[in-house]
Write a protein that binds this ligand. Structure first.
Ligand code: SAM
Length: 428
């Protein structure tokens, strides 16, 4: 990945503190029997950075300190080091924003234009949040749903955090939010994890394809967690279908003492075209004991009872509050208005409707609600776009499928809502 920014405040050095810090690091290295070259390699630092650090000539970023803390032979934790690096605390947290290799937002916008200028077809979720207007519409929907139902607030993330702590113990933890959107759930989960036993060694990685949403998420995480010791926040603009290429997030023998928890909140998993293939092909590079947290919608009736589904599922029975339906309409129709016609061409007529699909879901027991927009051009041409395809799951079938793929179910929370939070552990 390309490092975009790394702010190092050499100008705010405090020589006495830096020398003490350097001394602690050198002593621990020598006690661990590591050469400077060996430690630099393991911690992902250059040998000269480490040398300057040990000599008290270099002001480390919080990330550098976390990298040193992740070398278990040093027996260092952040609370040993942060009081010694007060100058950096005053300078605020470092900026850790990454662009994943191959990420090309202009090519994606052109691809979306080509798709929407075509004869119709499915628009994958990767394209639905790309531009700023789409991202803003999505935030308006999420905030409105929160206002109506308080679903985010009611997510039992405190219980989830204590279960994670039970599974992971005191190992350093990488919390990886895939399709994090505005990042609020990941940040709340991080806050609850930090309330577990000290010392903390938590890295929060926020990964999303949408620059506007990721920007919002990173700011929220940095603002919320800035004054917390033992946590570092990273924003990664990338494609979760390419996760195996983002090796910084994955298991390596050098990071054997760390655990990872991958989170997919708010329908990101249920929006995947093929969840089994995603789990099999994209969610790779984890070690036995690593965790997966999925937040999904549940079926409103068994998948083989379409009449009951049509009556009970609010999206299919038309029981969505009109102001929410209007926000969703703006979100889904927006890309068609912006990208599906040449500049200056008249607006097309658009009709939106939701349909039940029980024929193409990959996980047994699940069904999908498909949102279709029919576009009628001035010259009478009719095109049909499938804009959203979101799955509802049977909780037992979901657990069975994950178990068969090597993810052992650990715990599940529904709290009487039509949603499930499921925690799974990689068996290898
Ligand atoms: C259904 S929204 C959920 C957002 C957030 N997790 C929440 O709970 O509100 C899906 C999110 O996944 C992101 N996304 C979609 N496709 C993606 C991809 N291929 N790679 C990375 N992020 C993606 C979107 O930008 C969006 O933020």
């Amino acid at each position: 990945m390309t490092r975009l920014h790394a702010r190092i405040r050499e100008d705010q050095e405090t020589p006495g503190l830096l020398q003490k810090l350097g001394q602690v690091i050198r002593e621990r290295r020598e006690q661990a029997g590591l050469s400077r070259a060996a430690l630099a390699l393991r911690a992902g630092l250059s040998e000269s950075t480490l040398k300057n650090l040990e000599a008290g000539r270099h002001q480390p970023t919080r990330t550098t300190l976390m990298q040193l803390c992740s070398i278990h032979e040093l027996k260092l934790n952040m609370s040993d080091l942060l009081p010694l690096s007060a100058a950096e605390s005053e300078a605020g947290p470092p900026l850790n924003c990454w662009l994943a290799p191959g990420f090309d937002p202009i090519a994606m916008a052109q691809d979306l234009t080509t798709r929407l200028s075509g004869r119709g077809g499915h628009i994958e979720q990767t394209f639905l949040y790309l531009d700023t207007k789409s991202a803003a519409c999505w935030c308006a929907i999420v905030n409105h749903v929160e206002h109506l139902h308080g679903l985010r607030e009611s997510l039992p993330l405190r219980d989830v955090a204590s279960k994670i702590h039970e599974c992971v113990g005191s190992a350093g933890l990488d919390l990886i939010g895939l399709g994090c959107g505005d990042g609020r759930e990941e940040v709340r989960l991080a806050q609850f994890l930090l309330q577990q036993a000290e010392p903390h060694d938590l890295r929060l990685y926020l990964l999303d394809i949408s620059q506007p949403l990721l920007g919002f998420a990173y700011k929220h995480a940095a603002d919320t967690l800035a004054d917390r010791r033992g946590v570092a926040v990273f924003a990664i603009q990338g494609d979760f279908h390419r996760l195996p290429c983002y090796t910084q997030l994955l298991y390596t023998p050098q990071r054997a003492h760390r655990r990872r928890i991958v989170c997919m909140f708010g329908g990101t998993f249920g929006n995947l075209e093929n969840e089994i293939r995603f789990l099999r092909n994209s969610l790779v590079g984890f070690a036995p004991g690593d965790l997966l947290l999925l937040h999904v919608s549940l079926v409103h009736a068994p998948a083989d009872r379409p009449h009951e589904i049509m009556q009970r599922d609010p999206r299919l029975s038309g029981r969505i509050p009109p102001d929410l339906a209007q926000r969703e309409r703006e979100w889904l129709i927006g890309p068609i208005e912006r990208y599906a016609r040449p500049a200056g061409a008249p607006l097309c007529e658009q009709v939106i409707h939701c349909a039940l699909d029980t024929t193409s879901c990959t996980l047994p027991g699940s069904y999908a609600v498909e949102t279709i927009i029919t576009v009628k051009s001035a010259d009478g041409e009719v095109r049909r776009f499938s804009m959203e395809y979101i799955k509802r799951y049977d909780p037992h079938e979901l657990s069975n499928a994950l178990r068969q793929l090597g993810w052992e179910p650990i715990a599940a929370w529904t709290a009487g809502t039509p949603y499930l939070l499921g925690l799974f552990r990689w068996q290898g």
